[in-house]
Design a protein around this ligand. Structure first.
Ligand SMILES: [Zn+2]
Length: 274
């Protein structure tokens, strides 16, 4: 170890193991050669995203039409088509994309920490079946190949389906803990409950306690894995295009698009029971 000034221990830099490329200019530049904006090179960027990107499920949003007439805007608050959110997902399609920018903030809440960062994801101009890919506000993007760990606090309440839902569809519950009579109590997946369609389903006779007189259920702290979900906030470019020379003719061409997204933390707007 070499001791540098400020009293910081640092390793010396490795010696370069290859010569720098010769400058194409009449003078040697101390800077690396100019790095072009690859996103401007439409086709090669499309290929890069297609080959190296990660999978997203793109859910296209549209306003929910479950209302009697338009002029009083009386959307059914109990609407089962959109879960009361007034956003209807009309199509689901797989597309490859890459995160190109990420800025995370944290929101601290009593029940834990929600990541509410925004990120920019780059998408090619087309889905793999060559249909044009368009993104718009309220669209959802789900990463099916990745999982994140989430926590939730729930008060147990019996219901006819014997099931309990979280904010996000559950892939796996890694821990479920309650405190009963001053002692920690654990519920085990496969013993006390199973996961069916992303929900906890209690094994008969193993469900938490419920006081019918006071209508109070056992409070559960649940740690689980789910696929991250992102909401589209806006397109960075409504139409991003360039001209290309094809056989001596100028042809308009769309370029890869950047979409500003935010991690969704209200996938289900309330802790509504099934
Ligand atoms: Zn609706």
């Amino acid at each position: 170890m070499v001791k540098y000034r400020l009293g910081v221990d640092m390793s010396p830099l490795d010696k370069p193991n290859q010569p720098y490329t010769n400058s194409t200019r009449s003078y040697a530049s101390p800077m690396p050669d100019f790095i072009p904006d690859i996103s401007i090179r439409g086709e090669s960027w499309d290929q890069l995203v297609q080959n190296r990107g990660i999978r997203f499920i793109h859910k296209l949003a549209a306003p929910c039409p479950n209302m009697k007439r338009l002029n009083d805007n009386n959307h059914d608050p109990e609407c089962s088509f959109c879960d009361g959110s007034q956003i209807l997902y009309i199509q689901e399609k797989e597309i490859m994309g890459t995160f190109t920018n990420n800025s995370l903030e944290k929101l601290f809440e009593v029940q834990g920490v929600w990541e509410i960062g925004t990120a920019v994801i780059s998408f090619p101009t087309e889905y793999s079946d060559t249909e044009q890919a368009d993104f718009n506000i309220f669209d959802k993007l789900i990463c099916p190949d990745f999982q994140i760990r989430l926590t939730d606090l729930k008060e147990y309440e019996p219901n006819s389906s014997n099931a309990m839902s979280m904010k996000y569809p559950i892939i796996r519950v890694s821990d479920m803990t309650s405190v009963v009579n001053g002692a920690i109590k654990k519920y085990i997946q496969g013993v006390d409950f199973t996961i069916v369609d992303g929900n906890v389903v209690w094994v008969s006779g193993r469900s938490p306690s419920y006081n019918n007189i006071e209508e109070i259920g056992e409070v559960l702290s649940i740690t689980y894995s789910a696929n991250p979900v992102y909401n589209v906030l806006q397109n960075m470019h409504e139409i991003r295009a360039t001209q290309q020379m094809v056989n001596g003719q100028k042809v308009a061409k769309r370029l890869p698009q950047h979409v500003l997204v935010k991690r969704d933390f209200l996938f289900k707007p309330d802790s509504k029971e099934l």
